[in-house]
Design a protein around this ligand. Structure first.
Ligand code: CO8
Length: 262
C-alpha cells in the first residue's frame, strides 16, 4: 500500500510503524481529515506483518497534539458533532485493540483530544517539557474522544474529575505521578526511548503479546469472575502455539528463545 497522507506521516521500518501527526502550524490539532488518515494508517499497519510495534509522535517540536481542531469544531451542529465524535470513537477503539503493542512518544503539549488520543496507546513516554490537560471545559464543552471514560480508568475518578472540571494543565512529572504516563525522558528523546522499548518488544513472542493485550483490554471491562475465565482461556490458548513450546524449551536448555510468532 502506498497511500498519500497529508496530515500524518507513516513509516514502517525495522519492525516499527511510526505515525507522525503532521499539522505543526496548528500544533497538530486533530480535525476530521487527520483522524480519517490516522484510521487508514491503522488499517495499513494492521495489514502489514512487518509492523510489530506502533509508535506515534507529533511534528514541529512543540506539541504532540493541542486537541481537537477548535476552528473546525466551532460551527458544527449537534448532529455534525455527534458524527465527528462517533467516527473518532471507532478509530480510538481500533487503536486500543490493535493486535500489536502501541507507544505514544509524547514530545510536547498534549491537550484535549491530544490527550485522549494518547490514552488510546498501551504505553506513554513523555518528554520533560510536555504538558497534559483536558481544557475542554474552558470552551464550554467536555472531552468527547473518550476522555471522560479513559481518564478515570487510567488515573482514577478523583484525579480525572479534577482535570476535567478545572481544565488546568499538569506537567510531565505530575502526569507520571498520577499514572498517566509510564516514563519521563529528557526533551528530544521520547522517540528514541520508544524505539528502544519497541526493540525489546519485538524480541518477544508477537502472539503472546497480542494475547496479553487482549486479556487486559477485555478483562478490565468484565466482572472479576468473567475476567479470570477470559484470562484462563487466553493463557491456555497459548499452549497451542509454537512460541509457548519454544519459550519454555529455551528456558530448559538455557538459551534465548527463537520465536516464530505463531
Ligand atoms: N485547534 C485549532 N487550532 C489550534 C489549536 C486547536 N486545538 N491549538 C492551537 N491551535 C493553533 C492556534 O490557533 C495558532 O494558530 P494561528 O497561528 O493560525 O493563530 C497555532 O495553533 C499556534 O498556537 P498558539 O499561537 O496559540 O500557540 P501558544 O504556544 O501561544 O499556545 C496552546 C499553545 C496553549 C496549546 C494554545 O494554542 C491553546 O490553548 N490551544 C487550544 C488547546 C485546547 O483548548 N485544546 C482542546 C480543544 S477541544 C478538544 O480537544 C475536544 C475534542 C473532542 C473530540 C475531538 C477529538 C479529536
Amino acid at each position: 500500500m502506498n497511500i498519500n497522507y497529508e496530515t500524518i506521516i507513516l513509516e514502517i521500518s525495522d519492525g516499527v510503524a511510526t505515525i507522525t501527526l503532521n499539522r505543526p502550524r496548528a500544533l497538530n490539532a486533530l480535525n476530521a481529515q487527520l483522524f480519517g488518515e490516522f484510521d487508514q494508517a491503522l488499517g495499513e499497519v494492521t495489514a502489514n506483518p512487518e509492523a510489530r510495534v506502533l509508535i506515534v509522535t507529533g511534528s514541529g517540536g512543540k506539541a504532540f497534539a493541542a486537541g481537537g481542531d477548535i476552528v473546525f469544531m466551532q460551527p458544527l451542529t449537534s448532529l455534525q458533532a455527534r458524527e465527528f465524535v462517533m467516527s473518532i470513537r471507532d478509530t480510538m477503539l481500533k487503536l486500543e485493540n490493535l493486535p500489536i503493542p502501541t507507544i505514544a512518544a509524547i514530545n510536547g503539549m498534549t491537550l484535549g483530544g491530544g490527550n485522549e488520543l494518547a490514552m488510546g496507546f498501551d504505553l506513554r513516554i513523555a518528554e520533560e517539557q510536555a504538558v497534559f490537560g483536558q481544557p475542554e471545559i474552558n470552551l464550554g464543552i467536555i472531552p468527547g474522544a473518550g476522555g471522560t471514560q479513559r481518564l478515570p480508568r487510567l488515573v482514577g475518578m478523583t484525579r480525572a474529575k479534577e482535570l476535567v472540571f478545572l481544565g488546568e494543565t499538569i506537567n510531565a512529572q505530575e502526569a507520571y505521578r498520577i499514572g498517566l504516563v509510564n516514563l519521563v525522558v529528557p526533551t528530544g528523546t521520547a522517540l528514541e526511548k520508544a524505539g528502544e522499548i519497541a526493540k525489546k518488544l519485538i524480541a518477544k513472542s508477537a502472539v503472546a503479546l497480542k494475547i496479553a493485550k487482549s486479556s487486559m483490554n477485555v478483562g478490565i471491562q468484565l466482572d472479576i469472575g468473567s475476567a479470570l475465565t477470559y484470562e484462563a482461556e487466553c493463557f491456555s490458548g497459548l499452549f497451542a502455539t509454537e512460541d509457548q513450546k519454544e519459550g519454555m524449551l529455551a528456558f530448559m536448555e538455557k538459551r534465548k528463545p527463537a520465536y516464530k510468532n505463531r
